[in-house]
Write a protein that binds this ligand. Structure first.
Ligand code: ATP
Length: 354
């Protein structure tokens, strides 16, 4: 098991900067997610940690030892790729034992270790089967078996479930998380799926255009996005943004939005100019007595809740309310924002005000 620390790590490919100076720490035993849209630099970051790519500058520490310029073979990590390539001419046992045999481990020890790993993964009964005829799930388990049998310091996974259909993906992600909880091995997992990151991760790094936008536990990232990008990328539907020109004084806990006064968390610094009020759809209620008004444009039924889209003076706002709430298309109603969960952003840079 291992603690991994990235310090001011940067990666350039020619004149293109794939990863800007990044700093964060993955604690021993954590299930850690690298999350962001396609091309944001998450795979490059993972490959640098693994030693498959060397950083242009900065340091990478595994258990306090600087390994930034060391090759993958000297880092004692296991990489689980998206395509679980198994050796087709070997049976399950052959595939799982291969890394140990190639290390020269005596065969009695190999046998015991393979049996232990098969037990953890629930595949003891298929050890002598050829891999060709296995189901997708069993193939994934065999590939995982091959990764965990070496007892590496950490597991690195790059979109391991990316190619699976939704239902199967859900099942495998639960299995992966349960496996991690049994083994407690540091795991770094790349995904562009925010829901997967929220469900599986102990901590998340959110990247965009090679920049670490935020780093923290899922709930903090959801509740207190550091930037407008994070607020929009996490959550479905995403946070609503109401752009306005105004001010908030230091220590003040409300802002003027048109004719309405909206309560917000107390501002420390105060700010004037172009601001954005961010509020999640589930933190708005429809309340006819509220001063802030909107006209119902659409409703989307989702079972226990519905998403209501309202046209306001600051653009469309989506609200998640119980399906039992009566909503009339075209009607005008009040919107009441939950003051505790509002985030104010600087309009120019998109940073949250603290
Ligand atoms: P995806 O989910 O699409 O893989 P990602 O967030 O993992 O995206 P990276 O694969 O890290 O992104 O790529 C980040 C950027 O760096 C991309 O614009 C990519 O084209 C570029 N890049 C990656 N590897 C190289 C390389 N070897 N040479 C040049 N550019 C590269």
């Amino acid at each position: 098991m291992a603690q991994i620390r990235i310090e001011n790590v940067r990666k350039e490919f020619g004149s293109f900067t794939a990863v800007q100076s990044s700093t964060f720490t993955i604690e021993d035993g954590e299930f850690f997610m690298l999350l962001g849209p396609s091309g944001c630099g998450k795979t490059t970051t993972l490959r640098m940690m693994a030693g498959l790519e060397l950083p242009t500058s900065g340091q990478i520490y595994i258990d306090g030892e600087e390994v930034g310029q060391k090759p993958a073979s000297q880092r004692d990590i296991a990489f689980v790729f998206q395509m679980f390539a198994l050796y087709p001419h070997m049976n399950v046992r052959g595939n799982i034992s291969y890394p140990l045999k190639s290390q020269g481990m005596p065969s009695a020890q190999v046998k015991a270790k393979v049996a232990e790993v098969a037990e953890i993964l629930g595949i003891s009964d298929i050890l002598d089967r050829p891999v060709g005829g296995l189901s997708g799930g069993d193939r994934q388990r065999v590939a995982l078996g091959r990764a965990i049998v070496r007892d590496p310091k950490a597991f690195f996974m790059d979109e391991p479930l990316g190619a699976l259909d939704a239902e199967f993906r859900e099942r495998m992600s639960e299995e992966l998380r349960a496996l991690h909880d049994r083994m407690n091995a540091t795991t770094v997992y790349v995904t562009h799926d925010q829901l997967e990151a929220m469900q599986m991760g102990d901590k998340i790094v959110v990247m965009n255009h090679g920049v670490v936008e935020q780093f923290g536990v899922p709930q903090d990232i959801y509740d207190w996005p550091a930037t407008r990008f994070v607020a929009q990328f996490i959550g479905s539907p995403p946070m609503n943004f109401l752009d306005f020109e105004g001010m908030i004084g230091a220590g003040q806990d409300e802002v003027r939005l048109g004719d309405a006064t909206i309560g917000v968390p107390r501002s420390v610094d105060g700010r004037a100019g172009k601001l954005t009020l961010g509020v999640r759809p589930e933190h708005v209620r429809l309340d006819d007595s509220a001063a802030y008004r909107g006209r119902v444009l659409a409703t989307e039924y989702l079972g226990t809740t519905q998403i209501v889209t309202l046209e306001t003076a600051h653009g469309a706002v989506k609200v998640r309310v119980p399906s039992s709430d009566p909503v009339t298309l075209g009607a005008t109603t009040g919107l009441r924002f939950d003051a505790r969960t509002i985030t104010l952003f600087e309009n120019d840079h998109g940073r949250a005000l603290t």
